[in-house]
Design a protein around this ligand. Structure first.
Ligand code: SF4
Length: 303
């Protein structure tokens, strides 16, 4: 059972689907990039690090809430969009307080950009890991530089690969998310080739897809309306997924937990890569075959 503590969050608040049971603690407000063309998650917020006093206030509320219930959170997730970008000092103070209040917490997670990871030293990442901050969710979106530039991701494919290898070397788990259809029809081929390349080379602990859709008010939406991006059909999105998974050059003894169960995806899919690859491709071939031409993926409420 999960009980939300009465913390006054700075809304809106987002977390990865797998963190639905986690206690959410805002360390930063908004996103330090806040420019990705398709994303409206933090457009209403001005990025800032919170003071330790603000964070401590929320932790105190959470502590009394869980104590009253005789419970402890199993997992904690640090918000907002890229809380790993907060200063090392603030992160360590926060983690130490969390570990003091909730010594049985199993894992602490965070959203991270490639830049956040590259800005930390190996020692800093290891120090955070020693304080149970041990899973980073990285929005790769695409392994292709042209696509990353087009969506104003703020990092190159090289940054994505280097940061993935760096955080794994520090002992963290890495959950990487790629976007289907993000380059539109024009860049689909290179999006497939280069995303597959990063998937194989970075070997994340978890890998997932979401399907790109346009949110009104975003630059991506405007580009679609002006015909500057040709969106992929439902069938083409499935083909992108199939090709990325099939083309990745998996390393020996690799074990990547794969999920495509985001609300934006047409069919829930999962397994372990590369051991379940043949089964997954078979399912995708079936769905590709069943999906009519010219139909676009349905839009979920939010990304
Ligand atoms: S996709 Fe991530 S990095 Fe880009 S603006 Fe949104 S929250 Fe920030």
């Amino acid at each position: 059972m999960f009980f939300t503590p009465p913390i006054q969050y700075h809304e809106p608040v987002f977390r990865p689907p797998s963190e639905w049971k986690s206690l959410l603690i805002q360390v930063t407000i908004g996103c330090s990039n806040n420019k990705c063309t398709y994303c409206d998650m933090y457009r209403s917020k001005v990025y800032r690090e919170r003071s330790f006093e603000e964070i401590d206030h929320d932790l105190n509320i959470a502590k009394s809430h869980y104590s009253r219930l005789g419970l402890t959170p199993e997992k904690i997730f640090l918000c907002d969009g890229d809380a790993l970008g907060a200063s090392q000092e603030l992160l360590l103070k926060t983690l130490k307080k969390i570990n003091n209040y909730f010594p049985d917490v199993r894992r602490i997670g965070v959203y991270a950009t490639a830049e956040n990871i590259l800005e930390k030293t190996d020692e800093q990442l290891e120090e955070l890991k020693a304080n149970k901050l041990s899973i980073a969710y990285l929005g790769l979106e695409s392994g292709d530089d042209k696509v990353l530039h087009m969506i104003v991701k703020g990092n190159t494919a090289r940054d994505m690969l280097d940061s993935s290898l760096k955080i794994k070397k520090a002992g963290w788990q890495l959950s990487t998310i790629a976007m289907l259809g993000v380059g539109g029809r024009k860049y689909s081929k290179q999006h497939i080739e280069n995303t597959a390349k990063i998937l194989g080379e970075s070997s994340p602990t978890f890998f997932s897809f979401l399907t790109t859709f346009s949110v009104p008010g975003t630059p991506y939406h405007t580009m679609l309306e002006r015909g500057l991006i040709q969106p992929l059909t439902a069938k083409e999105c499935l083909i992108e997924m199939r090709e990325i998974l099939a083309k990745a050059n998996y390393q020996k003894n690799q074990r990547i937990i794969f999920r495509a169960n985001h609300v934006s995806n047409q069919h829930p899919l999962g397994g372990v890569l590369p051991s379940d690859l043949e089964k997954i491709l078979k399912k995708l071939d079936h769905w590709i075959d069943q999906t009519p031409e010219g139909v676009y993926p349905p839009k979920p409420d939010r990304m």
